[in-house]
Design a protein around this ligand. Structure first.
Ligand code: SF4
Length: 189
């Protein structure tokens, strides 16, 4: 690097000779910083979503590049959150891209000390068997006076706030159809 180039790259020189006399902008900016750009501007497309973490339901813009999520920001068009996300919501990208995310079903049998991997079909069959058995065991056809009940006290539904409207609607329908009466959601608790 020549002496002139070196002097021109010196922030104080740029501050004294450029249009940033207070040294708060371009004068203090390194070439590397100047070459950086926001991931939101280089994305191929933006999908609209809702933060999955809590019942506030802040809206998100999900930026996608080459088929992968590169950034998640608050959606300024949302009447609920108006572009804001709390620290948890701002970190929701790691929920889908984090290397520690579990992608397999893990099962710990009664009295076992270790988890074992299950394929999804096996796990679904096990859940189904348990639901049917608990429903049957807790079934009440009539009360002590012969009044018709036709309900089960053996199963209950507790939805999480990460569920969306459609999921909650379907879960409520499913559990009611199975005869459950205790159907709640974390957002109400
Ligand atoms: S951004 Fe924060 S407040 Fe908003 S829904 Fe997500 S977790 Fe809740």
């Amino acid at each position: 690097m020549g002496i002139r180039t070196w002097i021109r790259s010196w922030p104080v020189y740029r501050q004294l000779t450029g249009d940033d006399p207070l040294g708060r902008g371009t004068a203090a900016q390194s070439p590397r910083s100047a070459a950086l750009g926001a991931r939101t501007t280089s994305a191929d497309r933006t999908a609209r979503s809702v933060c999955p973490f809590c019942a506030v339901g802040c809206a998100q813009n999900v930026y996608v590049k080459d088929g992968r999520i590169v950034q998640i920001e608050g959606d300024p068009d949302s009447p609920i959150s108006r572009g804001r996300l709390c620290p948890k919501g701002s970190a929701s990208k790691q929920l889908v891209t984090g290397p520690q995310r579990e992608r397999k079903v893990l099962y710990r049998a009664p009295y076992a000390t270790e988890w074992t991997e299950l394929d999804l079909d096996t796990a679904m069959d096990m859940v189904t068997d348990r639901v049917i058995e608990a429903r049957r065991k807790g079934w009440q056809d009539t009360d002590a006076h012969g009044n018709r009940l036709r309900r089960t006290m053996g199963i209950a539904g507790l939805g999480g706030a990460t569920l969306d409207n459609e999921e909650n609607y379907l879960i409520k329908k499913l559990f009611t159809a199975m005869g459950a009466v205790q159907i709640e959601n974390q957002a109400r608790i």
